[in-house]
Write a protein that binds this ligand. Structure first.
Ligand code: ADP
Ligand code: TYD
Length: 213
């Protein structure tokens, strides 16, 4: 079973992805948690390139690099883990490309990215995608508290308008595909968000005949 977490930088999704993994492991499930970009030796190297504030990266090159990291991760880790009946929890997946490069960088004018993403993931789509929804100002304040100004990576140096486009695109994707997305108010406490996710997950797993408790 494949689950993904989405949200802007600082929304709290990595905290939730880890919390879900721990809860599942406590319930006796085998879980693979991967973050994007990353998760394989090649993808972690690509991550270094993508997040390096010293590099200028053309938007199309950026999209292709994120996708290259994903193609490797899907084939090297995600597909084998799914074949092994593990729960795979992705801290970001192809929806990040749709919103950051498609909407944020403005690359998706004629709608080609959806078909491209399907090619990159060989058609893998998460059974559930949790959107931790937070306004850019609040997410930026959390990040600043965590990392400070100097700790911001190349992506995090994008403008406020960029992040507003990303948030709007996330909300639109979730509204377009309500059977896959669950939108959660990121202003809730860590435990309150986790409780919503866990109860949704248990229901989803039961519907798919995979006992989680
Ligand atoms: P992301 O992976 O979306 O960038 P993180 O999970 O790393 O976000 O969280 C960003 C920061 O906000 C961290 O310092 C984290 O402890 C804090 N945080 C996460 N969730 C919440 C929450 N629900 N309320 C307040 N702070 C949170
Ligand atoms: P990361 O430090 O993992 O950020 P976060 O904790 O917010 O997830 O950095 C990943 C950055 O890369 C983040 O700014 C989102 C961006 N990104 C894209 O622009 N496109 C993508 O396809 C992916 C996977 C990430």
């Amino acid at each position: 079973m494949l689950i993904s977490f989405e949200g802007i930088d600082g929304s709290g999704k990595s905290t939730q992805a880890l919390r879900l993994k721990q809860r599942l492991e406590d319930a006796g499930r085998q879980v693979l948690l991967v973050r994007e970009p990353g998760g394989t030796a090649l993808s972690e190297r690509v991550r270094q390139v993508l997040l390096d504030p010293a590099l200028h990266v053309d938007p199309l090159a950026e999209l292709l690099l994120f996708s290259a990291a994903r193609a490797q991760l899907v084939r090297e880790c995600i597909m084998p883990a799914l074949a092994d009946k593990q729960v795979v929890v992705c801290d970001r997946f192809f929806d990040s490309t749709t919103v950051y490069q498609g909407a944020g960088r403005g690359l998706d004018q004629d709608g080609w990215i959806a078909a491209f993403n399907r090619r990159v993931t060989s058609g893998l789509v998460p059974a559930r995608t949790y959107l931790v929804d937070l306004d850019p100002e609040e997410a930026a304040a959390r990040q600043m508290a965590r990392d400070g100004q100097a700790g911001r990576d190349r992506m995090e140096r994008a403008s406020g308008e960029f992040y507003q486009r990303v948030v709007t695109a996330y909300r639109r994707l979730a509204a377009e595909e309500p059977a896959r997305w669950v939108v959660i108010d990121g202003r809730l406490s860590i435990e309150a968000i986790h409780d919503i996710i866990w109860s949704d997950f248990v229901t989803l797993a039961a519907a798919r005949n995979t006992p989680e408790q």
